[in-house]
Write a protein that binds this ligand. Structure first.
Ligand code: AMX
Length: 435
């Protein structure tokens, strides 16, 4: 069977031809427009980016290369005895558009094991970070330090042809994905535990290896980690982490720089950091409630308290989605299967009943339904990964698979440097006064 790189090389010519034809025949067709409100409003729903790896429907949620999350859970290869997809499979899917065979996924797992391992200076750098430094800052800084390894940067210096940029971008992508579990685990073990991380185990898949490095040994948690690391990979191209990676990469900054930029964006509370915020908020509620059951009305009063103080309800709302996020739903199903009686899960379920009507009544948000971050924390708590400050790092490890696969396609399609036009308020005022 062909390796990932060989398969990609087979797929690429037809795809490049398709894009060439599309541009030749329809290059002047309009796919999106931008109003004054949209320019001031974060360019919401302006269609102006090409991202091949996934597509988000406001009602249905994400499709990875055309496959919904339940379809991915069904079709992607699984670990022996497992039921959740292996993240290696979604890496293959996002890159090639094809569901890989078991053998292809195993081969990719082995390839990632071979690429694992960190230079000593990165290990000692992480160990020397102050413990108060946020784990997301540590993650971006460690990836930037690793940039010295970039094969794209080296190839570019050597004058490699534009049509071959994708090859070293793919090499960097696989290296980064392979090395991230150790970086992330070292951050976790150094900040919260004894600083020791076991070496990668050639007989384990990527997610199970990550769990061992973090210090967890449960097969059920391995299953959760596989699911978690699969569903957080990609959410089309306009979200902050994906767009930042794409934008920085468009300057031909290498994948290390580009991904580190994406991670700086993921660290924001309106984006990836929301999962940390959700858990703090939920535990806070749990503490206020104490050991008793409360009615939905009483819970609604507590939610209103936060809203009236001007805070958002973390984990609810979305810039694109207008229904419950299917990434929320599949985590809820995992919880119903494995931890139906967990008190914190019960509270999260009650929040799911109570918050949407409250947000609807408040009438501000366009989407009162929960997003991915409203559910991940309770699962991690259950399996003993309790440090919420760390949660966004897990999101970031998974997101590497999506944003870097997309970056490989940016280079395959030889997309140019991104440079939209900006305007001033003064110029707008002048323009519309005249008309
Ligand atoms: N609680 C309270 N108010 C909310 C809200 C929430 N969960 N979500 C949106 N609103 C408010 C907005 O703050 C805004 O108020 P304003 O007019 O006073 O500024 C108004 O509703 C309209 O916002 P919107 O158009 O519905 O949302 P948006 O596209 O501007 O922002 C998002 C989307 C996700 C940033 C927002 O819903 C939010 O802040 N949610 C909470 C944080 C969160 O869960 N983020 C994670 C998103 C998923 C991810 O990236 N990981």
């Amino acid at each position: 069977e062909p390796t990932l790189k060989e398969r990609l090389a087979q797929i690429i010519p037809a795809k490049i031809e398709e894009v060439k034809q599309l541009k030749a025949e329809h290059g002047d067709k309009i796919i999106g427009t931008c109003t004054v409100s949209q320019a001031y409003g974060g360019m919401r729903s302006v269609k102006s980016l090409i991202t091949e790896t996934s597509l988000l429907d406001p009602e249905e949620g994400i499709r990875f290369r055309g496959f919904t999350i339940p379809e991915c859970q069904d079709k992607l290869p699984k670990a022996k005895g497992g039921q959740e997809p292996l993240p290696e499979g979604i890496l293959w899917l996002l890159l090639t558009g094809e569901i890989p065979s078991e053998a292809q996924v195993q081969q990719l797992s082995k390839d990632l094991v071979k690429r694992a391992g960190l230079p000593d200076f990165v290990v000692s750098m992480i160990k020397n970070f102050p413990k108060e430094m946020h784990p997301m800052s540590q993650l971006s800084a460690a990836v930037l330090a690793l940039q010295t390894n970039s094969k794209f940067a080296a190839a570019y210096q050597e004058g490699v042809k534009k049509t071959q940029y994708w090859e070293s971008t793919l090499e960097d992508t696989l290296d980064i994905v392979a090395k991230l579990p150790e970086i992330a685990a070292l951050i976790y073990r150094t900040v919260y535990k004894d600083g020791k991380v076991p070496a990668v185990d050639a007989n384990l898949d990527w997610a199970a290896n990550f769990n061992r490095m973090l210090g967890f040994n449960s097969h059920e948690f391995d299953e959760l980690m596989r699911l978690y690391l699969t569903i957080h990979t990609d959410h089309e191209g306009g979200n902050v982490s994906a767009h930042a990676t794409h934008l920085v990469g468009s300057a031909l900054s290498d994948p290390y720089y580009s991904y580190a930029a994406g991670m700086c964006g993921l660290a924001g509370p309106l984006h990836g950091l929301a999962n940390q915020e959700v858990l703090s908020w939920t535990l806070d509620l749990q503490q206020k409630i104490g050991n008793k059951e409360i009615t939905n009305d009483q819970l609604a009063d507590l939610v209103w308290e936060g809203l009236n103080a001007g805070r958002v309800v973390p984990g609810f709302g979305h810039a694109v989605l207008r229904k419950t996020d299917p990434r929320y739903t599949c985590q809820r199903e995992f919880a119903l299967k494995h931890l139906p009686n967990d008190p914190l899960f019960k509270l999260v379920s009650q929040i799911y009943d109570v918050v949407p009507p409250v947000l609807t009544k408040q009438g501000k948000t366009k989407n009162p339904w929960p997003n991915v971050d409203a559910h991940s924390g309770v699962l991690l708590q259950y399996y003993g990964l309790k440090e919420h400050n760390y949660y966004t790092v897990l999101f970031g490890v998974s997101r590497a698979i999506g944003v870097l696969s997309s970056l490989v396609w940016d280079r395959i399609l030889t997309l140019p440097i991104e440079r939209p036009k900006s305007i001033t308020t003064e110029s707008l005022v002048k323009e519309f006064k005249a008309s």
